[in-house]
Design a binder for this molecule. Structure first.
Ligand code: APR
Ligand code: PHB
Length: 391
């Protein structure tokens, strides 16, 4: 088999890249190790930056998002039983975000790819990328019990945080920047209308809590839990009781309860792999960087990477110049580090570390009071939340 761009992984990065290349008249093959049902059910965050919405729409993948996505013009910060709303359009010259689950983005892109795009092979596991620094890189993969080779002009590793693509970059050229956090998120899906019409980020002495949603009838909620917690340790009523405590306010706001349909724990990590390119091998999305979920930057970062790659390859095709491809890593990393900073700031603003001192508790409250009283501070948060420009 041979193709122009071999794409490893059919998460949002790989799927959107295949779509962008298809629209630019560039052929590709996507190899995905899991089956379709698994990819379409994997629960992830659900906040699309304005720029992500624009890209999906322009790529012809925005039809259901435009119908079912919920436009959000702000978030609420909750601390010390108080509530403070951050108004995005007012602070950013009109920008907002859209609540539309990553699983839905993947379903839409898979349907489009199977209907109009190039090959998308499920249960096709990439084993290794070879010849990354030659003009004809290859992906060795296993599909239907057989080993095969995909010859490519370019390979893009969109294979997530445990992928194989980045292993093809010689270790002496690589620098990894990493931080783990001593807590995770226990996330639930519940069949109950969200108790607030915007997301609520709560800082509490017992730990962080987040109220989000999937639709007008399905709530998505999270609790900060100690690192290594097993979701099965938490009973349903215990989860609701704890959420209620962390969201408590001085007014008459109440948290509606409903049947919990899904429960899982997400670990928290910051991770950046530099460089994001070696020869004709490019890394995109979680394969190159991880952010803690506070602020929901993961998917949006993946979109920025593949938009940059598709633009650079199109430029190369049109002008013969590899200038933008050569600059891929530096271009992406500028935005990646801004999102890393933003996600780290949001995480440390709102979570309580197990060894937090009273001094640090007071500092968190002071940072939140500053956000609630200074338009400059609030604008910084609103700009980061609604997203940094691509490229
Ligand atoms: N061969 C083929 N496919 C692979 C391999 C492999 N060796 N290894 C991993 N994959 C697949 C995974 O099964 C997965 O479907 O690569 C895909 C990677 O997808 P994601 O993990 O969703 O990563 P990405 O597309 O970069 O999307 C980033 O995902 O983790 C969230 O918060 C993050 O929202 C962000 C988004
Ligand atoms: C989600 O809805 O899953 C979500 C929303 C906002 C975040 C993280 C996750 O910051």
């Amino acid at each position: 088999m041979r193709t122009t761009v071999g794409i490893i992984g059919a998460g949002p990065a790989g799927l959107l890249l295949a779509r962008l290349l298809h629209n630019a008249g560039i052929d590709s093959v996507v190899l995905e190790s899991r089956d379709r049902a698994y990819v379409e059910q994997r629960q992830r965050a659900g906040i699309l930056e304005q720029g992500t919405v624009d890209v999906l729409r322009a790529a012809g993948a925005g039809e259901r998002m435009d119908r079912e996505g919920l436009r959000h013009d702000g978030i609420e910060l909750r601390y010390d039983r108080k509530r403070h709303r951050v108004d995005f359009p007012a602070l950013t010259g009109g920008r907002s975000v859209t609540v539309y689950a990553q699983t839905e983005v993947c379903k839409d892109l898979i349907a489009l790819q199977l209907k109009e795009g190039g090959p998308l092979l499920f249960e096709a596991e990439a084993l290794a990328v070879e010849g990354a620094d030659t003009d004809s890189p290859r992906i060795r993969f296993r599909h239907e019990g057989r080993e095969d080779v995909l010859d490519c002009d370019y390979v893009v590793g969109c294979d997530g945080s445990w992928g194989v693509a980045r292993k093809a970059i010689p270790s002496e050229l690589v620098r990894v920047f990493e931080r783990t956090y001593p807590f995770g998120w226990l996330g639930i899906l519940a069949d109950v209308p969200p108790s607030h019409d915007e997301l609520v980020y709560a800082r509490h002495d017992r730990g962080f809590a987040l109220l989000s949603m999937r639709s007008p009838s399905v709530s998505r909620l999270y609790l900060q839990v100690p690192e290594g917690t097993d979701a099965a340790e938490w009973g349903d009523e215990e989860i609701w009781d704890e959420l209620e405590r962390r969201f408590e306010t001085d007014d008459d706001w109440t948290l509606e309860r409903g049947p919990i349909t899904q429960k899982s724990v997400t670990p928290m990590r910051s991770y950046v792999h530099e460089p994001m390119r070696h020869g004709r091998l490019f890394l995109a999305g979680d394969a190159a960087h991880i952010v803690p979920p506070t602020g929901a930057k993961g998917l949006n970062l993946a979109v920025g990477d593949v938009v940059t790659f598709a633009g650079a390859l199109t430029y190369q095709k049109e002008t013969g110049s590899a200038e933008l491809l050569d600059a891929y890593s530096e271009t992406c990393l500028r935005r990646v580090w801004q999102a890393e900073r933003f996600s780290y700031d949001m995480t440390t603003l709102l979570h309580r570390a197990p060894d937090a001192t009273p001094f640090e508790d007071r500092l968190q409250i002071a940072r939140l009071e500053r956000l609630a009283s200074s338009e400059a501070a609030e604008t910084d948060l609103a700009e980061g939340y609604t997203g940094f420009p691509f490229g």
